[in-house]
Design a protein around this ligand. Sequence first.
Ligand code: ADP
Length: 842
Amino acid sequence: MQLSPPEHLVSQAHRSRPKRWFWSWWRRQSPARQDRVATLAPLASVLLFLAAIVAAFWYLRNEEVEREVESVKRDAELVQQQIRLRLIENQEQLIRLAREVGTHAIDRAQFLAQAEGMVRNRPEMIAISWLNPRQQVLARHVTANLVEAMPRDLAASEASSEAPRPKETTDAFKDARDLRQPIYSRPFRQNPHLVVFQVHVPLIEQGAFAGTLVAEYSLESMLRYFVPAEVSRRHVVSLVDEDEEMLASTVTPQRGRAAPTLVYSVPFSPVDHGVMLRGEGYRTSFGLIGNTLFWMVLALSVLTVWMLLGTWRHMRRRSQIQGALVQETNFRRAMENSMLTGMRAMDMEGRISYVNPAFSAMTGFTEAELIGRLPPYPHWAPELLDESARLLRQELAGLSPAGGFEVRVMRKDGTRFDARMYVSPLIDARGHQTGWMTSMTNITEAKRVRDQLTASHERFTTVLEGLDAAVSVLSVQNGELLFANRSYKLWFGSDARWHAQLAGEPSATSRGDRDDAVDNLSGLPTAELTELGADAREVFVDTLQKWFDVRARYLQWTDGRLAQMLIATDITARRRMEEQASQQAERAQVTSRLVTMGEMASSVAHELNQPLAAIANYCNGMISRAKAGTLQQEDLLMALEKTSRQAHRAGQIIHRIRNFVKRSEPQRTPSRAADLVEDTLELAGIVLRRHNVAIHSYVAQRLPQLMVDPILIEQVLLNLIKNAAEAIDQAQRPPQRRTIELRVVPRHTPEIGGVIEFTVTDTGPGLKEEVISRLYEAFFSTKTDGLGIGLSLCRSIVESHHGRIRAENLYNGTHISGCRFTVWLPVGNLGASEPSQFAEHL
Ligand code: ADP
């Protein structure tokens, strides 16, 4: 709570010095301390007031008590004085009477008359007696009052001289006798109702003791007659003995009466003997009035303190609430300021009553420019005034949609942005609606992103729909078709079974099924599955008479489910082309072989000529011998055997050539490299002889078997040997350098693994740069009569056997000394060759 005084009060020039000091001190205090002071100061002043009242009362009461004591003292002394004077006066009367009795001036009757006269005039005196020296009553007059007042027997016993005498009486008598002067006795109780004392006046008869005159006083009467009425009204006057026992009092003694606080005692002379006259103060009026006032003030003070404490507590609660409110307000303000959403409050007429910093930042209008504005607002775009006014009317009528509405807002600089507004009623502390609160979010970016998303979705769908491939997504869990593009629907409808069949279900009408392409991924965790792609499969669909290239992939669908996506591309046309190409390739191989044989025709004829000539020779020789009759049987047999061998050899040549050129389906059989080399060399011999080139061959021992089509491999080797021979011929090498080397050795290459390596090395001119780059191109030849399909075929055949072919020049220094072709064929089990792969190089 801030209790600083308003500035205008503080800054007054004429304020006094202490005031200035106070305010400067006040401002130096912390707010908490100011609070404490502001709370405790009234409390302290009330307590001070109470203390002052108490002190005043205490002082007044002391004053009163002192006055009262004084008055008690005065009254007591006054009474004592009166009684003393009376007793002395009485004593003198008694002395006079005693003298008359002592001198015998009066007799007993006269004594009684005088005594009666004396007693009558002195109500305090109850009896006068004449005692002889033996203390016997000679005459006694008792007051009439007492006789009336006292019971008969008592009065009688008073009168009788035989009554036992109290000790006090005897003591006084003896003292009077011994001292020859009037002696007052100790007061004593004559009967329960009467306390008396006596004065003994000695009777002197011619210098001798002749008894005493005894006057008896009632203490009770003494007080009754000698305490003035106003004194007895004010105070209690009593007589007490030395033991503080009450002998007589102006009031009847009551049991349980509080001990009087104001007491003044004076000795009761001339009686003495420790008897005291005591005055006691009542203080009635002062106590009553003083107390009432005091208690009223006290009660009021307590009430004030209590109320102050209550106020203090209330204030503390208020300040706590205020603190909480300030905190809450600060929190809200901080929240409002940090918030990116614009907030605008307006009253029921649409007058803007509040905008937060975000609203100002978004629109560019300051708070001052917006607050108090009625529609049309400055942030309404001029071209949309009608629309904005309609929306505002809707807003004020409370009809805005709960989901908000979109508007175009104009910034101060004239630029526009799209915003979404939400409206909620503004309710005050009493629950009445005072207006509307509008929150505004800039959705330009969101809208742009949404538009982009829509556009990209559209593009995506267009692409997907426009694809010639059928794209489908199937839920793995329940086999539901999640997505199918137009092509899929066109070919397969909305049937999910086709997806499964294409993906490789057992019932699929596929022809190109391979074991390793079968989907066996089910059961793997989603994350691992989606990482995996499946190999492409080629599937033939009977009903459509189409070939499809099917690629499957696992993916996580938009809802998190595991799904399988399938892309089935129609490859029927490609398949047909491939088939055609493979047929062409096959034809090309055969043609190539025919061409080779055609080229070799003269050599073949020459080759066949030899055995045929030998056969003719043997036959002619045998004929001439037969004619001459010198034909021995052994000779005949030998000649026939030779003839038969030559015929066999000719047949072998023809058989081999026939085999080589025969058109056949490629067929792999387990083949030994040595056999392949042997057959090749047999055929190559014809070519080599034609070019006058020799061949050295080396085949390593214990080579593993190859799984190849022997005819095709022989064709490869023959091609290479033929090219080598032609190159040597072309280089016109001298006879000693006209050799080809054929080596067959086992190898291990990192690329393929275990292989058998065939190398054909010649001593020709080698390969020129431009030739190397186009070596395996079909129909590329540097020869005038060359077809240029030899190496191309070689590469196709080798690669269809999963092998490799490589050509390199051999150098002698910088001089090319020849050329080497290397063919690697893998050992071990091999899959069936694919005709299509032959075709792609044609
Ligand atoms: P062709 O032999 O009908 O020309 P090839 O495809 O067999 O067709 O050979 C293509 C070309 O490669 C040849 O024309 C030749 O220039 C070159 N060539 C092939 N083998 C050799 C070799 N051993 N030495 C030099 N050049 C060669």
